[in-house]
Design a protein around this ligand. Structure first.
Ligand code: AMP
Length: 213
C-alpha cells in the first residue's frame, strides 16, 4: 500500500498516518519530521531548512525531492507520505521518481478541516520530547500530569505552532498545496475525508476508503 496524506496543518495527517503505519507495517515518511530532525542535528540540510520551517514557508522543492529520493532508495515496501508533496512541482517530481522505480501511489487521502478548528487544534497540540507522541490538551490530554503517558517524557509546543506562523502556514497551504488536490483528482486517486470528526471515526473512514477497513 502506497499512500499520500494531504491536508492542512493540524488536519490530523501525522497521528492518523502513525496509526495506519503501526497497523499495516508501512514506512512513515514525514518530510516535516525529517526536517525537524535535521534542524536539531544541525546537518547541512537542517541549516538550509531552518529559516523556512521557523516562518512556516516551504522548503525549496529541489531540497525536498532530494530527501525523498534518498528515503526511497532505503525503503521500498509500502509507505505513507505525510506532508509531501506540498506543491505541484513536488507532485510531478514524485510521479517521475516513482515512475523510474515502476511504482505508483494507490490513494491520496485528503483530510479536510475548517481553519477555525485547525487554529484551535494547533493551539492545544503538545508533543513528547522523548517519543514524539502527540497530545491535544482538550481532546486527547495526557493522563499523568503533563508528562507523556507512553514514556514519561516532557511535553512541548512546536515552535511553529504559534498564532502568527499558523496563519502563514494556512495561507501557504491554500496557495501552494491546494492545487495538488486537482492533480490527484484527475488521476482518480483522491479520497476526501472529513477530518473534523473524532480520531477513531476518521481512522475508520480512511481504512474503508483505501480498501483495508
Ligand atoms: P509539517 O510537520 O508537515 O507541518 O511541516 C513543518 C514545516 O516543514 C512546514 O511548515 C515547512 O516549512 C516544512 N515542510 C514540511 N514538508 C515540506 C514539503 N513537502 N515541502 C516544503 N516544505 C516542507
Amino acid at each position: 500500500m502506497r499512500l499520500v496524506f494531504l491536508g492542512g496543518p493540524g488536519s490530523g495527517k501525522g497521528t492518523q498516518a502513525k496509526k495506519l503505519v503501526e497497523k499495516f507495517g508501512l514506512a512513515h515518511i514525514s518530510t516535516g519530521d525529517l526536517l525537524r530532525k535535521a534542524i536539531k542535528e544541525e546537518t547541512k540540510l537542517g541549516l538550509t531548512a531552518k529559516k523556512y520551517v521557523d516562518s512556516g514557508e516551504l522548503v525549496p522543492d529541489d531540497v525536498i525531492l532530494g530527501m525523498i529520493k534518498e528515503e526511497l532508495t532505503r525503503e521500498r515496501r509500502g509507505f505513507i507520505f505525510d506532508g509531501f508533496p506540498r506543491t505541484l512541482a513536488q507532485a510531478n517530481g514524485l510521479e517521475k521518481i516513482l515512475g523510474e522505480m515502476s511504482l505508483d501511489i494507490d490513494y491520496v487521502v485528503n483530510l479536510q478541516v475548517a481553519d477555525d478548528l485547525i487554529i484551535e487544534r494547533l493551539g492545544a497540540r503538545r508533543l513528547c520530547k522523548g517519543c514524539g507522541f502527540e497530545y491535544n490538551l482538550k481532546t486527547r490530554p495526557p493522563q499523568a500530569g503533563g508528562k507523556c503517558d507512553q514514556c514519561g517524557g516532557e511535553l512541548f509546543r512546536r515552535s511553529d505552532d504559534n498564532d502568527e506562523v499558523i496563519k502563514n502556514r494556512l495561507s501557504v497551504y491554500r496557495e501552494k498545496t491546494k492545487p495538488i488536490e486537482e492533480f490527484y483528482r484527475v488521476r482518480g486517486k483522491l479520497v476526501e475525508i472529513d477530518g473534523s470528526l473524532d480520531f477513531d471515526e476518521v481512522f475508520e473512514a480512511i481504512t474503508k476508503s483505501v480498501g483495508v477497513g
